[in-house]
Design a protein around this ligand. Structure first.
Ligand code: HEC
Length: 394
């Protein structure tokens, strides 16, 4: 074929294509706001420096970025991957719901967690009870339930350092030259869910992220239920002391037997108003940020942050960053227990964390880079038959 003829054919083909696409054009769809553009958000989150800058300079925007990215509908069959073909708010499990759950990571002694993509099937069994041992009820008298999950960088770090096991944590403690430090793309969530009653909650079911779960009743029977997300903590290692942010469903005061007691700061309230407008028409418009936390102190005063669903009864002494700074392991024979006790009479530590109990000494504790779920690591039973996997906290 000669050159000119080829050029003409190509030109004709292009014209035809162009004509076709103009002819087929739909009425212009509403452009997706930058706050809800997956490609843009992913690009920022993959750039550690950009993320750190945003977390420091625009913490409200960064908190919402984490919320939108991790609540993006997930790609079926893989863990932790958003499905770019779906818009935010489309049905199905979201990204963080496909991460590894704490029970999958803190496996029985001498076992190793399954590789990242294995073990995806099955409905999660949710834990009852808050960290102070109390249970929050909803207006139907059903308990609010909890779940801790982590993304792949967090999981890889725990596995590579063998920190999923109690023995591995003890070894890290004994190796004074090592320091536990998660990578900057580590993310974790703690979620709270309430049972959606098909009758009593009929008008509200469409206001929640929902999932089907197996719930063990007080008589031991197993039930399949639909639960709705009432609260979501997100922690990101983008900053050395992590970035702490928490969200909750806006109707919690009416549907659960508690309410948010701490004021929502003006910058957070403005961000909520903006995002709820953008999320109109999806169930996500019924969620709000309670606040974020990046420092122990602000203007010399302790910073506070709580979620009504997760720190229900100690909101006025709840500081995510302070309590998590106390995440630790002690020497095997520490009379104070294997973990530093983070409550004094049901009150949390606030402000700068105490320094004296931390160090290599026999009665001191080694910090675990703010990750409290590491207390779930199971001790070898033979060595210490009376100790439960969850340490005494009060
Ligand atoms: C008084 C202590 C305390 C306070 C305050 C607290 N947490 Fe936690 N948090 C824990 C414990 C203990 C766990 C371990 C999981 C469990 O037992 O529920 C945990 C688990 C988590 C997890 C899962 C990852 C991990 O560390 O294991 C996230 C994320 C989290 N909390 C975020 C927050 C946020 C955000 C706040 C503040 C709004 C907060 N926490 C307040 C004690 C606390």
């Amino acid at each position: 074929m000669n050159k000119d003829l080829r050029a003409i054919i190509v030109t004709l083909a292009c014209t035809a294509l162009l004509t076709f696409s103009i002819g087929a054009q739909q009425p212009a769809a509403r452009p997706v706001a930058p706050e809800l553009q997956l490609a843009r958000l992913s690009q920022i989150s993959k750039d550690a420096q950009k993320s750190r800058q945003m977390a420091t300079l625009s913490p409200v925007d960064f908190g919402w970025l984490l919320f939108v990215l991790e609540n993006w509908p997930s790609l079926a069959g893989q863990r932790g991957v958003p499905d770019g073909s779906k818009p935010f708010g489309a049905p199905g499990p979201v990204v963080w719901q496909t991460w590894k759950t704490a029970p999958e990571v803190y496996v029985a002694p001498n076992q190793t967690p399954l590789p990242w993509n294995l073990g995806l099937a099955g409905t999660p069994v949710l834990a009852q009870g808050e960290i102070d041992g109390r249970t929050l009820l909803d207006v139907n008298n059903n308990p609010v339930m909890y779940q801790v999950l982590m993304n792949q960088p967090t999981f890889n770090y725990l596995v590579s350092q063998k920190l999923y096991s109690f023995a591995g944590q003890e070894a890290a403690r004994n190796n004074i030259s090592s320091q536990i430090r998660f990578p900057s793309d580590a993310l974790e969530v703690k979620a709270s869910w309430r049972i959606l009653d098909p009758v009593a909650d009929q008008t509200r079911i469409s206001h929640y992220l929902t999932q089907r779960v197996t719930y063990t009743g007080s008589d031991g029977s197993k039930l399949q239920l639909v639960v709705g997300l009432t609260g979501l903590h997100i922690a990101s290692k983008v900053l050395p002391k992590w970035f702490w942010v928490t969200f909750e469903q806006t109707e919690n005061a009416a549907t659960t037997k508690t309410k948010l007691n701490l004021p929502i700061p003006p910058d957070v309230a403005a961000g909520n108003a903006k995002m709820q407008r953008l999320l109109g028409g999806t169930f996500w418009q019924y969620y709000m940020m309670d606040g974020y936390q990046t420092e122990f102190l602000a203007a010399g005063k302790p910073t506070l942050l709580a979620n009504s669903q997760i720190e229900t009864n100690f909101q006025s002494s709840s500081s995510c960053i302070t309590c998590h700074a106390l995440a630790s392991i002690g020497a095997a024979n520490n009379p104070g227990g294997a973990r530093f006790a983070f409550f004094k009479n049901f009150q949390g530590y606030i402000g700068a964390p105490p320094t004296s109990p931390f160090g290599p000494g026999p009665q001191q504790y080694t910090q675990l880079d703010y990750v409290w779920s590491m207390r779930e690591a199971q001790r070898p039973a033979a060595k210490n038959p009376t100790t439960t996997s969850k340490e005494q906290v009060r």
